[in-house]
Design a protein around this ligand. Structure first.
Ligand code: SF4
Length: 453
């Protein structure tokens, strides 16, 4: 969106009942959750809870409406402006952005351990009996600055569905009160926890809640990323998760995906949803409408999930150059070509059907969550990347730095050697990340969380 069109765009978004309030800034951001509430009653309940948390943490300020929607400022009887009252954020908001996600095992499609606060649904007898609470996740780091680092969220306890809002508010206000406001690079919740310790967090939480969180319950994550393709839910509706490589819809030679999406939007009666993995869901399609949408998917190459390798389906890149001013290296524009080269290597070793998570970012801020990928590439300079290896496939273990400042040639040569060993020595169903850890290629940094496959 060009800058001069921004106000108009936000006004139009408002007309269709969407907003970007709290989409950035030192505030709780959009709460992430499954994109398919129709999948089951459990999914619907968890989505509703995630939405309630998001609503509860929305800033009460009227500034958004005043700036973007020409709303008049609220004045009292004397004509004086009534100041905003923020019951949770107070006058100074959060020390830094704050992110929350809800996951429903066995899918960790939101990368719950990457968030400041997470809730993992515990389902027994087909009902959500509560949530394991995770705290202190975050991806961002800076090159050459060891006091900044990615951190995997800690599983700190269990709460009932009725306690979710109060637990959220207690955690958010703890970070509001104790987060570092003097150094932005040290202001995320992960640093507050590491500086003060998990015991301190438990004590502080208890003092605000009036009770201590009980032990977390058992659960298992087996997957990361989206389940692409068509799914039918019990209400008879169809939903199609499209693989959109690195989230970039465009018309390219051989695949007019952008035109195709516009044509589908012209006939689709349901919703479009964006997934936490850069994909798009065409949701709420009737059996009668499906053939017409299928035809458009095929005509415009939007059915590409059928033809991609598991590696590509599990690839993700941030925008990097030229969109992001912080980028040091190519990311979105480069990863597809690198994946093609890695696919050739994997085929050589008979690994073409092996799912491996691979993520790339143009800088260490980690927007595509590269530290949770089995193969993570973090930009350092033009054509130059840090190679991280050994995360868990299900997102429950961070990777570790394997090679610093390597070009494409070195990346491919390192992976070729490792794929050869993996093909020859892996155990049944052993993922690439787990193999690298077991075989000592990367060290166990002690970062595994519950939920490993
Ligand atoms: Fe920009 Fe990518 Fe760095 Fe995020 S990770 S700040 S999108 S270059």
């Amino acid at each position: 969106i060009l800058k001069r069109n921004l106000k108009n765009s936000i006004a139009h978004m408002n007309q269709v009942l969407m907003d970007s309030l709290a989409a950035c800034g030192d505030v709780n951001r959009n709460v992430m959750c499954t994109v398919l509430p129709e999948a089951s009653e459990v999914h619907a309940e968890v989505v509703a809870t995630a939405q309630a948390v998001g609503e509860h943490l929305l800033p009460k300020t009227t500034a958004y409406h005043e700036i973007w929607l020409d709303k008049k400022r609220v004045v009292d009887s004397k004509g004086e402006v009534v100041p905003d009252h923020e019951p949770i954020y107070g006058a100074t908001y959060m020390p830094r952005k704050f992110k929350i996600a809800f996951a429903i095992p066995p899918r960790n499609d939101v990368d719950v351990y990457a968030h400041d606060l997470g809730f993992v649904a515990i389902v027994e007898g087909g009902e959500v009996v509560g949530y394991n609470v995770t705290a202190g996740g975050g991806m961002g780091a800076s090159h050459g600055d060891p006091v900044t680092y990615p951190r995997l969220a800690s599983v700190i306890g269990f709460c009932t569905p009725q306690q979710v809002i109060e637990v959220t508010e207690a955690i958010v206000t703890i970070q509001r009160d104790f987060g570092d406001r003097s150094e932005r690079k040290h202001a995320r919740f992960k640093y507050t926890i590491d500086d003060r310790g998990l015991d301190w967090l438990h004590d502080e939480l208890e003092s605000r809640l009036g009770y201590r969180l009980p032990e977390p319950r058992a659960f298992e994550f087996t997957h990361n990323g989206d389940q692409v393709g068509w799914q039918q839910t019990s209400d008879g509706m169809w939903h199609c998760v499209l693989f959109i490589q690195n989230g970039r819809l465009a018309d390219r030679e051989g695949a007019t995906q952008l035109t195709g999406m516009r044509e589908i939007a012209g006939i689709h009666q349901g919703e479009f949803r964006l997934t936490p993995n850069q994909n798009v869901v065409i949701s709420g399609v009737t059996a009668e409408q499906r053939p017409a949408i299928d035809q458009l998917l095929q005509a415009h190459g939007l059915d590409s999930w059928n033809r991609q390798t598991p590696l590509r389906l599990h690839s993700m890149a941030c925008v990097g150059f030229p969109t992001c001013g912080l980028s040091m290296a190519e990311s979105e524009r480069y990863l597809p070509d690198l994946v093609t080269l890695i696919e050739q290597q994997m085929e050589k070793h008979g690994l073409q059907q092996q799912a491996i998570t691979i993520r790339m970012t143009g800088c260490p801020n980690g927007c595509a969550r590269p530290y949770l990928a089995e193969i993570g590439l973090v930009g350092k300079g033009p054509g130059l990347y840090n190679l991280h290896l050994g995360a868990a496939f299900n997102g429950s273990r961070l990777n570790t730095l394997y090679r610093e400042s390597v070009y494409e040639e070195d990346i491919l040569s390192e992976l070729d050697t490792l794929f050869a060993s993996y093909a020859a020595e892996r155990q049944a169903n052993e993922t690439f990340g787990d193999f690298l850890l077991r075989s000592g290629v990367v060290a166990d940094a002690g970062l595994q969380q519950e939920g490993a496959a």
